[in-house]
Design a protein around this ligand. Structure first.
Ligand code: MLT
Length: 408
């Protein structure tokens, strides 16, 4: 028999969202007529922007011709898409990111896990708690942790607790770490990082020769103009950070699949002997070996997200979801819930009422309100007692879900 990767056996339970789906399916099977409203997984519900659909239709037509057919594309992504990203997402904000520092991919979830392929053993790794579970589980799979203890935390990882007393903002560690995962606007708490806060992280990373993996998948939901959309808005970040971005939540590409990762050419890691190595070159090598790029059709759709029409359609979509977030915030705070986030992020983070546990509140909402959310403890031990509601749904469903929740 083949020997398996034993690290997988250290994983505590199923991945959070399939586990929720399992419980929801079990409930639906016994209650087939129930109209469940799903505010759990952050999956968009509104149709794709017309500009993106139009571009994809044209790309399909092109593919049906001899001249317009495209086979394998460049592993890093087509130049025209990388140019549009560099200009619109970075240079327009004063970030010095060039098109050859952008790697187009099929998702930030994949990139933020796959990046561990180019990271060696023995690094001290810090994650926040609560945290997007992919960062933790991918480190467990890669053998970067021990087993999980009774507090559900894995040996070998440093956890930075986020809670109401620190505004769910990641405090700078007092001891050195080598690799830090940050996500702002934050999944799951909806908290944001100011420029000053990110500048402190960049200063810390440079001082400690650390690498920051910055997940900015929700940057489009920032409404406060003073907040940074990219870590590269901070001086020095080119020497210490990789950024993950996605078309999933802003342009509704969760099912279409397109994202990108930014690795500055100035970014270095070191060999076991202490020699400096370019991380860009290693990632380029990894991608050209293990990845064949995103389809031509989808990349044309992503490019259209930066057209005038595309930008205005995306702005409307984002605004629509943020109005949902506002409705969730208002209704729940009026009913006495402790409410956080939802102002610059599509997630609202609430305290489970009367001190009940996150999973008990999940079951209560499922059974009594027929509303699905995400238990905070699924994002880490410090998420216990909290609950995440996603603003991704139709207006009708969000309004109905709020009525049902406040009635229980
Ligand atoms: C979430 O609900 O946290 C997101 O959908 C996760 C993801 O984007 O993979």
């Amino acid at each position: 028999m083949v020997q398996v990767n034993g690290n997988y056996l250290k994983l505590k339970a199923g991945y959070l969202f399939p586990e929720i789906a399992r419980r929801v399916n079990a409930y639906s099977e016994s209650n087939p007529d129930t109209n469940l409203i799903r505010l759990g997984i952050g999956d968009v519900t509104e149709p794709l922007p017309l500009a993106c659909c139009q571009a994809m239709k044209e790309a399909i037509e092109e593919m049906a011709t001899n001249n317009g057919f495209h086979g394998y594309g460049p592993e890093q992504g087509y130049l025209w898409l990388r140019e549009a990203i560099a200009e619109n997402a970075f240079q327009s904000r004063g970030c010095k990111i060039a098109e050859d520092e952008i790697f187009v991919s099929d998702g930030s979830k994949c990139d933020s896990s796959n990046i561990l392929d180019i990271i060696g053993d023995g690094n001290r790794i810090a994650v926040t708690d609560p945290v997007y579970p992919v960062y933790v589980d991918s480190n467990v799979m890669a053998g970067n942790t021990g087993f999980s203890g009774s507090n559900s935390r894995y040996e070998g990882l440093s956890y930075i607790a986020l809670d109401a007393t620190n505004g769910f903002v990641a405090e700078i560690p007092t001891s050195p770490v080598d690799l830090i995962y940050l996500c702002f606007p934050n999944n799951p708490t909806g908290a944001v990082a100011t420029k000053e806060h990110l500048a402190d992280w960049v200063e810390y990373a440079i001082k400690n020769n650390a690498l920051i993996l910055f997940d900015a998948a929700y940057e489009a939901f920032i409404t406060d103009p003073s907040l940074p959309h990219s870590i590269f808005e901070i001086d020095g970040a080119r020497e210490c950070a990789i950024e993950f971005r996605s078309f999933s939540k802003n342009a509704g590409f969760t099912g279409t699949r397109c994202a990108y990762t930014v690795i500055p050419k100035s970014l270095k890691g070191k060999t076991a002997n202490g020699e400096a190595v370019d991380l860009w070159s290693l990632w380029n090598r990894r991608q050209s070996t293990k990845f064949n790029g995103v389809s031509y059709i989808v990349q044309r759709g992503a490019q259209a997200a930066f057209s005038l029409d595309g930008k205005s359609q995306i702005e409307k979509l984002v605004h629509f979801y943020m109005e949902n977030a506002q409705i969730i915030r208002n209704q729940l705070s009026k009913s006495g819930f402790e409410v956080y986030g939802g102002q610059n992020a599509p997630y609202v983070w609430i305290g489970a009422p009367n001190g009940i546990s996150s999973w008990d509140f999940f079951d209560l909402l499922l059974n009594k309100a027929n509303v699905v959310g995400t238990p905070g403890s699924g994002f880490g031990a410090a998420g216990e007692g909290y609950f995440r509601l996603s603003a991704f749904n139709s207006r009708k469903n969000v309004e109905e879900a709020m009525q049902r929740i406040v009635r229980i």
